[in-house]
Ligand binder design. Structure first.
Ligand code: SIN
Length: 275
């Protein structure tokens, strides 16, 4: 197994391994690489839906997604789909999955099933590098702060997605979500400090209104996605990417009009987050 960094601060490409048949020692090394680098990319994988589910179970629990369509035969698998005649894509802005849950998902395993002829890459940004690069006075300002996260404005019946051509595919529009997490968390395994607010689901700092929160929130969001914190996953048939939702944010680029793209996603259960 060989590990090659994808960029200065984010991502690792892991070659010489088939995920469907890797050993326990190999999976331990893969997990550690993902906790540290945020996202790992594997090429040339023979990875059926059964392999996808069996591999996910080797990490622990699976969080079944409440909103996206599920694979009929395999409800553990959420379908991240954009049809050729659709305009809006799922996840087309910087976010981290499930930060609106009390116990946010650890990460996701995304498998390329149908790809456009070009485009449809996914950007990742490393929140440890983002935190480290903040000016000291900003680090002091956010020390001890907590923030409120929800997904309701995105998924509710008249929410952001419902107003697009993606709305009809969604489930769970009546669900109510909300969770408070520290703005700076410690990675549960590596102990590294990570910035934990995101553009998709973080609404306000605890004790402040949305309006009062916005200036600082926008400053943090801009700092988080500096180009030198990022890496880019270019999908090919047989590519699998696994990411850590605590360590990274991601953004699925929507630059392939007129073409379909379909990915299979399993979301891995996480643990409570702490400062
Ligand atoms: C997502 O999980 O947000 C979608 C990622 C992608 O489609 O590349």
């Amino acid at each position: 197994m060989k590990m090659t960094p994808m960029a200065q601060n984010c991502g690792v490409e892991i070659s010489g391994i088939q995920l469907a048949s890797c050993s326990d020692t190999e999976i331990d090394a893969i997990k550690q690489a993902i906790y540290e680098n945020g996202v790992a990319v594997f090429r040339g994988q023979e990875f059926s839906p059964e392999d996808h589910i069996a591999f996910a179970k080797r990490w622990g629990g699976i969080d079944i997604n409440n909103y996206f369509p599920l694979e009929d035969e395999y409800p553990e698998i959420a379908i991240v789909r954009k049809a050729a005649d659709q305009e809006t894509n799922i996840g087309g802005a910087w976010h981290t999955d499930h930060s609106y849950d009390q116990i946010p998902a650890m990460g996701s395993i995304l498998v390329a099933r149908t790809l456009p002829p070009k485009g449809g890459d996914t950007l990742f940004a490393h929140m440890g590098a983002a935190y480290d690069a903040l000016p000291d006075e900003l680090k002091q300002e956010i020390d001890g702060l907590e923030a409120f996260h929800t997904a309701d404005h995105v998924y509710k019946a008249d929410g952001l997605y419902a107003q697009t051509d993606m709305g009809k595919e969604l489930r769970g529009q009546d669900l109510k979500t909300g969770a408070v997490h520290p703005v700076v968390i410690r990675h549960p395994v590596t102990g590294r400090k990570l910035l934990y607010v995101n553009g998709g689901f973080t609404i306000n700092f605890v004790g402040q209104t949305r309006e009062e929160s916005l200036p600082l929130l926008q400053k943090l969001l801009a700092a988080a996605v500096r180009e030198d914190n990022q890496c880019r996953v270019e999908w090919q048939p047989g590519t699998v990417a696994i990411w850590d939702n605590r360590t990274t944010w991601h953004n699925a680029l929507n630059d392939y009009p007129g073409h379909a793209r379909e990915m299979h996603r399993i979301t891995l259960s996480g643990e409570a987050l702490a400062a």
